[in-house]
Design a protein around this ligand. Sequence first.
Ligand code: NI
Length: 198
Amino acid sequence: MKVIRIVAWAAVVAVAIFLLAQRFVNSQEATDRLGGDFTLTAHTGDRMSNSDFRGKYMLIYFGYSFCPDVCPLELAKMTAGLNMLEEEGYNTAPLQPLFITVDPERDTVEALASYVQDFHPSLIALTGTMEEIQDVAKKYRVYFKKRQQDGIEGYLMDHQSFIFVMGPDGDYVRLFSAKDQPSDIAAALKPVLEKARK
Ligand code: NI
């Protein structure tokens, strides 16, 4: 009996280890697959694809220009991080900040052209049809949803708030979240720019 019990426990442990390992592999694959192709309309009116940014590190933020709080804060943080690097003498050209709207209904080319002026001069804002936006958001697994709120004219958009860093081949590198400060962003991107200098 004792032997059977030991064998049974060994089997349970083996299955648990297998499942845990599987989960790790899956989460690894999940971030590996994050991202993908997109073609959207820039605030300049030009159609732009991810392939236009090949060779650069894309810093991608999903949000909307009517956002009262989080979006302007995060875009300001991204801007401050880039400014810090430039003040330290780095050329930030290898970095391409992108703002992809989750509110294409209100974020027209004109609206975005005016919005980008509040942030780093290299920021490109992108809009598109609802289908195009849903497609790219799905590829980055960014959730968003329209929400009506009393006392607010129009509507708000619930959305996740991350700055995705994608490498020169479009592969996922890392992300920055609300807890990251401009100095964290600058510090994390410095090695990229140091490599580009050589
Ligand atoms: Ni927002």
